[in-house]
Design a protein around this ligand. Structure first.
Ligand code: HEC
Ligand code: HEC
Length: 293
């Protein structure tokens, strides 16, 4: 009897140590973030800048994930990663947090609690200019707060274990890996503009360098594929998510109609000019989002 109790106690305390270890290690990993300089760019208040911020929020998918009224969203039903992802009410967040805290979340993948984010695709926004980031923040500060009741997010033990073991990459690490923009603006102004747009819109899913991603499902193609598109077919794809030849797509046909109808002709031309030029260059190898098969 006594022995059975002792064994039970030993097992229970071993389990407590193991869970405690996983918890502590995962917390340490999430706190291990490289922070950039504090954002002190002035936040504009004029109507044109706020409109510009709304355009950025629309074309970068803030509404799709944070709700069409920015009221926040519980991803419990849609995602099984992590235990429960909850995108916060962004208009309320913009009232409660400084622009520096918002910038760290948006471009660096670091939350207001100082820990790396795990679901918010900050790497897609890492290359937003200071001016566009400030316009985005100005828009969020001006957006009416739609009241909402959201559950608390949960990380879950299997996700914690992945972080503890270093098998998962958090958003501050992802954001840190985004390649710099490389097209020379003086030489190729339209292509450079297209690179900026693609590197702050399409690399959420098409790989940090836009050359395809296989690390998470669904796999996405190398955007050099755009070279096989006529300009009109590319516009149809971007506006509706229907591919050349009338093919219906999956995730792409969900995001395109939500985000990209707002793109101007100039923006679509710039994207097209840049993405078609990718076909002239080989895709770099050895990227972690495109591991060797
Ligand atoms: C793919 C869905 C998705 C998109 C797109 C997205 N977010 Fe998020 N966001 C989330 C989730 C989920 C969280 C909750 C934190 C987490 O799980 O990483 C979050 C958290 C945040 C936070 C709070 C971070 C914190 O905890 O302090 C801010 C601020 C934020 N997002 C701003 C934005 C802005 C601005 C945009 C558009 C430029 C945007 N998000 C686009 C899903 C998204
Ligand atoms: C939220 C994820 C996501 C974003 C953001 C995204 N895509 Fe996609 N895209 C996909 C997926 C996934 C596919 C593969 C087909 C599918 O499952 O929908 C795809 C397929 C494509 C294709 C191939 C179509 C074909 O002929 O088969 C093109 C071209 C494309 N995307 C262009 C873009 C461009 C340009 C952007 C940015 C303006 C972009 N995508 C942003 C997820 C995304």
């Amino acid at each position: 009897m006594r022995i059975a109790v002792l064994i039970l106690l030993a097992v229970a305390s071993a389990a407590a140590v193991a869970f405690g270890g996983v918890y502590a290690l995962s917390e340490a990993k999430l706190r291990d973030v490289k922070r950039g300089p504090t954002f002190d760019f002035p936040i504009p208040t004029d109507a044109a800048a706020i409109e510009r911020g709304r355009h950025i929020a629309r074309t970068r998918g803030c509404f799709g994930c944070h709700g069409q009224g920015l009221e926040g969203k519980d991803f419990d039903e849609q995602w099984d990663w992590p235990a429960r992802a909850v995108a916060p009410n962004l208009a309320a967040y913009a009232r409660d947090n400084t622009p520096a805290i918002m910038e760290a979340a948006i471009r660096q993948g670091i939350g207001r609690d100082g820990k790396a984010l795990v679901s918010m695709p900050s790497f897609n926004f890492a290359r937003l200019t200071d001016e566009d980031t400030a316009a985005l923040i100005a828009f969020l500060q001006s957006a009416p707060v739609v009241e909402s009741k959201l559950p608390r997010p949960k990380l879950g033990w299997s996700v914690r274990l992945d972080f503890a073991l270093g098998a998962e990459t958090h958003m501050a690490q992802w954001a840190d890996q985004v390649p710099p923009l490389r097209i020379n603006e003086q030489e190729y102004p339209q292509r450079a503009r297209g690179e900026y747009l693609a590197m702050t819109m399409c690399n959420e899913c098409h790989g940090l360098d836009l050359r395809g991603a296989t690390i998470y499902p669904p796999p996405t193609p190398d955007l050099a594929i755009v070279a096989a598109y006529q300009r009109e077919d590319f516009e149809t794809l971007i506006h509706t998510g229907v591919a050349a030849g009338g093919r219906k797509l999956g995730l792409m046909s969900l995001v395109a109609p939500d985000r990209y109808p707002a793109l101007s002709d100039d923006e679509i031309n710039a994207l097209y000019a840049f993405l078609t030029s990718l076909a002239e260059e080989p895709a770099p190898e050895g990227a972690f989002w495109r591991p060797a098969q």
